[in-house]
Design a protein around this ligand. Structure first.
Ligand SMILES: [Mn+2]
Length: 385
């Protein structure tokens, strides 16, 4: 809509840096979709590298792990991989056989946890994970291949160290999770039958990416340890009611999760209704930096549109989009149009027309119908003459 989100991203990243310091965070996991395009603009790359550089000054933070999502370009994330290793930032781009996804987190030679850094798994990697097994059905291929991949990762981590927490990352839509409008289905064949309980049967904690809503998956049996952090800012007007959060996870004897609310830099607001309702709601907006989407449901939408835009200018508010929805009256009128006149009697046409008038007084309505019927019958009589 011709607006930059850079200020919101900047605000989020500096809040995250402060939070890492405040909470003495030791490990930062980012499960994919670092960018939303394969060729991110220079300002976005600059923001990303500056953030990673600033992370290196946070004393508590030992390791950062970044995995690629379906929107990320493998080559864009891969290019600085070696350089970032020097800053203790591990980048996993596609998880193929050449890439090490098992990352031990150490403190003075002691392994405190192991991370299975699983990125978005592309078709070729999924096939690789099945080895000699051939599956023709696309849906089965994704299901079996992704499961085989996670099981292998888990076994490799276990082999490395028996009694240490094992954390997994992932970029996928799990069964039972809530999506919002702006995500796309990423695996051909539709829904995977990989759920929270399946992942929780192996891992002590699973940090998932892709879905924009902060949520726990399959909470009943796994104590809420398979989670999506969600996006750091609302990514469309349909997400304006979500609360953005990051998950702070403590692993000791057991696993504790604290959902931290991300402060909202800019509010997105959807306003729906007829002209009067919208005007009232616009006047009630105090934060002038709010971005607004208006859904007009009025009998005279063109007039309402002009009025609303004039009012917004006067109030110094920013409306980014106006959508026009059919009012009840217009919907009914349309319904009427869809019926051929030949199918209706003269009286029926009049009744339908009368309905549009929203006359409350039923006696008066009755009188009108009677009068109309009289006129019609008079006409019929005169015709006969
Ligand atoms: Mn994604």
């Amino acid at each position: 809509m011709g607006k930059s989100r850079i200020e919101e991203h900047e605000a989020f990243l500096s809040w995250l840096l402060e939070t890492i310091e405040e909470k003495q965070i030791e490990l930062l996991l980012v499960s994919g979709d670092i960018f939303d395009t394969g060729t991110p603009p220079n300002y976005a790359l600059e923001l990303y590298y500056n953030f990673l550089k600033q992370l290196s000054s946070k004393k508590s933070l030992k390791t950062t792990i970044i995995t690629a999502g379906n929107h990320d370009s493998v080559s864009t994330l891969k290019a600085p991989k070696q350089l970032l290793e020097a800053l203790n930032v591990h980048v996993v781009v596609n998880g193929d056989e050449d890439e090490n996804i098992i990352i031990p987190i150490k403190e003075d030679e002691e392994t405190k946890a192991i991370v299975c850094a699983v990125p978005f798994l592309r078709d070729s990697v999924i096939r690789q994970s099945l080895g000699a097994e051939t599956v023709s059905d696309k849906e089965k291929l994704a299901n079996n291949g992704i499961k085989a991949y996670y099981e292998k990762a888990y076994n490799n981590a276990k082999e490395l160290e028996q009694n240490t927490p094992i954390i997994a990352m992932g970029h996928l839509t799990t069964v039972g999770s809530r999506s919002s409008e702006s995500e796309r289905d990423i695996y051909i064949g539709g829904t995977l039958d990989i759920g929270g309980d399946y992942l929780a049967s192996m891992f002590d904690y699973v940090a998932l990416g892709h879905l924009h809503i902060n949520q726990t998956v399959g909470a009943s049996n796994n104590l809420g340890h398979v989670r999506y952090s969600g996006s750091p800012i609302p990514l469309s007007f349909s997400e304006s009611k979500n609360t953005q959060k990051v998950n702070v996870v403590t692993i000791d004897e057991d696993v504790k999760v604290e959902e931290l609310k991300v402060p909202l830099k800019r509010k997105l607001q959807v306003i729906k209704g007829d002209l009067e309702t919208i005007k009232k709601e616009l006047k009630a907006i105090e934060d002038k930096s709010t971005w607004i989407e208006v859904h007009i449901k009025d009998d005279n939408p063109m007039f309402a549109n002009t009025e609303i835009r004039e009012l917004a200018t006067k109030l110094e508010l920013t409306i980014l989009a106006v959508k026009i929805e059919k009012s009840e009256k217009q919907l009914r009128a349309k319904e009427l149009k869809a019926i051929s006149l030949d199918e209706l009697s003269v009286q029926e046409v009049f009744e339908k027309r009368l309905e549009l008038e929203e006359i409350e007084n039923s006696e008066f309505k009755e009188q009108l119908s009677q009068t109309f019927n009289e006129v019609v019958s008079n006409l019929h009589e005169s015709e006969q003459i």
